[in-house]
Each structure stands twice: as C-alpha cells, then as structure tokens.
Write a protein that binds this ligand. Structure first.
Ligand SMILES: Cc1ncc(COP(=O)(O)O)c(C=O)c1O
Length: 472
C-alpha cells in the first residue's frame, strides 16, 4: 500500500468517525429536546384542572358569593373580566355578552346593518354567523372557502361584493385566521365593516398580529366546547374604536342612554336613574348581558388561557406527526407566519387515493378505541332553513324579499359555494380539547392504528387492481 493510499484510508476513517459522532450527537440532541418537550408538555397538562374548573375560577366565584347579589354588580367582576380580557389582547375595549351569537348581532346592529343590506360570510361556519345577519333583517351572502386553509376565499368575496354589501364576517375556522390583510384591503376599498368571528380562535396569530386585533371588532365565544368557557355560554367583543364600542355595548344592554364603552359600564349612576324625568332608552337593544357568575369563571379561565391554548396545540402536534406520513389525509394548511390555535385538528380525505369515506373511517376509529370524530358542518346555505328560506314564517317574509332590498340574492342552493360543497363530506375533525395528556396520547395512537388499518386495505385493493389488470 502506498503512502498516499494509507493516508487516504486514514482520512476516510477519520471522516467516518467525525460523521458518526456528529450523527450520534444529533440523535442525542433530538432525543434530549424531545424528552424536554415531553416533560414540559406533561407539566402543562398537570397544571390543567381535569374538570376545567380551576382554583382561580372557584376563588372568583366564592368572592362573588360572599359579596352577594343586588341590582348592580357589587363585586365589579364583569368589568374586571372585561378589563383583563382587553389587556390580554392589548386593545382598548372588551364588552362581555351572554353568547358568541349575541356578540356578532350587537356588532352588526352597532354598524347600522339592516333591511336592504348584504353581509358576506363564509359558508363553512356555525349557523350563528349567518343567523345574526338575519336577526338584523339583512341578507347573508355566502362566500366559498379555499380547499387548503378552509377559510373564506378572498377571490370569492370580491366576486360577491355588490353595492349593497355593508359588512364581512370572516371566521377563524377551527382556530386558523383567514387572510386578514387581503380582507381589510377589500373592506377599505369598499367601505365595509369587518367583524372577526373568532369563536374558535384564542391567541392565534396572523403574521405578527393577534387574531382578533385586525378587524373593526372581533367576537369570541365562551360556549362549553371552546378553549375557555364561562360555564357553557358567554361571549366577548373587542375593539379599539371607542364610538363603535359604545354602540356595541348599547345594542347588548337594551339601548340604555347612560351606557358607555368602558368596562363594567352597564350600570346607570343612581342620581340619574332614580330621577322621574330620566329617559332611559335613546337606542334600541337586546338584553345580552353576561351574568356576573359567568364573568367570575371567565376571569379565572383567562388566567390560564395560554396553557389552555398550548394544550390544544400540543395535541394537534401529536396528530400532525401521525398524519404527516399518511398519503391520503391532508391537514388544514397553516400558511407561513400564521399560528393556529387548534379548536379542532382538521384534515381532508383525498378521495382520489382511497375507496372509503368519512363514515367508514369514523367507524374504524371508534372500533379501535377512538373518542368520536366529527364531520364538518353542512355548508350553511344548504341547511334546510336556508334552502327553504324559512326564517320568519314563510319565504316571502325573508329579508331577501324586503322592499328595501335591491340585490339579487333570492335563494340559497347547491352551486353557490362549489369548493366547500365538494370537500365538506371529506373533512375530519379530531378533538383537541382533552385535559389529560394520557388520553391525548391514547387518541393519537388510535388515529395511527386507524390509518394503518386503511393503509393495509388500500394496499390490498391496489394489489388486487394490479392483479386484475395483469389477468386481463
Ligand atoms: C364559528 C362560530 N361562530 C359562532 C359561534 C356562536 O357562539 P355561541 O355558541 O357562543 O353563541 C360558534 C360557537 O359554537 C362558532 O363555532
């Protein structure tokens, strides 16, 4: 062996040892990062109260009980909750409501939406988003969604704008923000009000902004399935616009004249309200106030909101790891710079690659120990109430036939939002709201086994197909 050959061999060995150590070091590093993450995740879940009622929630409720009830909120707890919520989002005003539906209705009323107006909303949402438009006796106009993000399709918004459009309600579906820059640009161009429906999105980010701080106002729901709850029902609106905030509050508090935008300003000063000459109502409104006991719970829940969101994100990450190696499940696309808050983890079944459907997958998932699996809501425009336009007794009494309405939306039918109509039966929503990490790990394992079972089945079918093709 020549000197050169020997040196080459030594060099080769040396390279090999270096590469080996780098690889081992890399593996150890990944292992230790994973272990640290696992420890942190376990700590996170250990902090979460298993029944969703924490020590702080109980403390605030107890404080309220000790003070007792009267005509006014002696503890000021509603105002404290509003102030704390506004601080969390870094906005000037937060106004509490008794539901996320009431919030949006009040926002539309405060924006002056009424007969003759159109409001654009995505067809993939909870019916409430559309109902609040009808509650203003205005016309809901449904925009399609994009098949990857599942959020409202900006191009379809543009197509559906008319001289009668007055507002847009973009929805952060499953916890993911729509393309808010594009929506705000359209809104500016056409002078539209934007009310973000963030019932399903807490502490999500759109680029570098908190979802909820971009539109003219944003609505949140504290209904029982949401990241945080105020005992099953509740809602909050946030905005930076003082005049708009005051109108929103008024719309939810029976139009009382002495009501302002500030937190807790739901009580009229005694000297004013006790005077015989006092005229109480200079506006029209509903009684949508949040009960103080709900605010007490909300104040407690808000203190651990970061944990509540992080827990759902951790569970979504488990599913994501599994779905990443599955060819036929396509997770909801999270565009660069967005942070998803994962109210639910949603995937689309690529029906071109498989010969089974949602129902077969769901049955198998449950058979293997899965805790249920939701399909997506029916596109709202195809719900019977919209197809029959059965809003106020009979179709002819719908806002679409009001004498002030000059637009063209006279019916709701198949073909209005073709993208959603096609993909809706193929959407799978996995639950992210577990308060136990063990339960989440178990569910992720069931998902893995369900995918494996269908992978085998799909492979057998492919083999059979190939065999049949050869026999021919
Ligand atoms: C997207 C969306 N919008 C609106 C709502 C209505 O909120 P609430 O049930 O608090 O009235 C919900 C709640 O389920 C929702 O998921």
């Amino acid at each position: 062996m020549s000197v050169n050959q020997r040196n080459q061999r030594i060099g080769f060995k040396f390279d090999f040892i270096i590469i080996f150590y780098i690889k081992v070091w890399g593996i150890l590093k990944i292992m230790s990062i994973n272990m640290l993450m696992e420890i942190e995740t376990r700590k996170l879940f250990d902090r979460l109260p298993k029944n969703r009622v924490g020590e702080a929630d109980v403390r605030y409720v107890y404080e309220l009980m000790e003070k007792g009830f009267s005509n006014s909120d002696k503890s000021g707890i509603v105002g404290r909750f509003e102030e704390a919520f506004a601080r969390k989002y870094g906005v000037d005003y937060a106004i509490s409501f008794n539901s996320g539906t009431a919030t949006m209705h009040a926002c539309l009323m405060a924006a002056g939406i009424g007969p003759g107006d159109e409001v654009i909303i995505p067809a993939l949402t909870m019916a409430s988003t559309a109902f609040v438009v009808l509650q203003c006796y205005a016309v809901p106009v449904f925009a399609d969604v994009t098949p990857d993000t599942l959020t409202i399709d900006v191009e379809d918004i543009k197509r559906k704008i008319t001289p009668f459009t007055k507002a847009i309600i973009p929805v952060s579906i499953y916890g993911l923000s729509p393309d808010m820059d594009a929506i705000m640009k359209i809104a500016k161009e056409y002078g539209l009000v934007v009310i973000e429906d963030n019932a399903q999105c807490y502490l999500g980010y759109y680029k570098d902004r908190l979802v909820g701080t971009i539109g003219h106002a944003a609505s949140f729901s504290f209904q029982g399935s949401k990241h945080m709850t105020t005992s099953g029902e509740g809602g909050m609106v946030i905005t930076n616009d003082e005049a708009y905030a005051a109108k929103i509050r008024k719309a939810g508090v029976l139009g009382y004249s002495a009501i302002g935008a500030r937190p807790g300003s739901t009580c009229i000063p005694r000297d004013v309200r006790q005077d015989w000459e006092f005229k109480r109502h200079d506006g029209f409104g509903y009684n949508y106030r949040m009960p103080s006991i709900c605010a007490a719970l909300g104040l407690g829940q808000l203190e651990r909101l970061d944990d509540l969101v992080a827990a759902r994100q951790a569970i979504a990450a488990l599913y994501d790891d599994i779905v990443a190696s599955c060819e036929w499940l396509i997770p909801q696309l999270v565009p660069q710079g967005y942070i998803h808050s994962y109210f639910a983890y949603t995937c689309r079944l690529d029906t071109e690659l498989v010969d089974f459907d949602f129902r077969a997958f769901r049955s198998k998932f449950i058979e293997l120990g899965g805790d249920g699996l939701y399909g997506a809501w029916c596109p709202v425009h195809l719900e019977p109430v919209f197809k029959n336009m059965n809003f106020f007794g009979n179709a002819m009494r719908a806002p679409n036939f009001h004498e002030l309405y000059k637009g063209k939306v006279r019916s709701y039918q198949e073909g209005d939002c073709p993208v959603l109509e096609k993909i809706q039966p193929t959407l799978f929503q996995f639950k992210t709201g577990y308060t136990s990490w063990e339960k989440a790990l178990e569910q992720a394992e069931v998902l893995k086994r369900t995918i494996e079972a269908f992978n085998k089945q799909t492979a057998t079918i492919l083999q059979l197909n190939v065999k049949n093709a050869c026999n021919c």
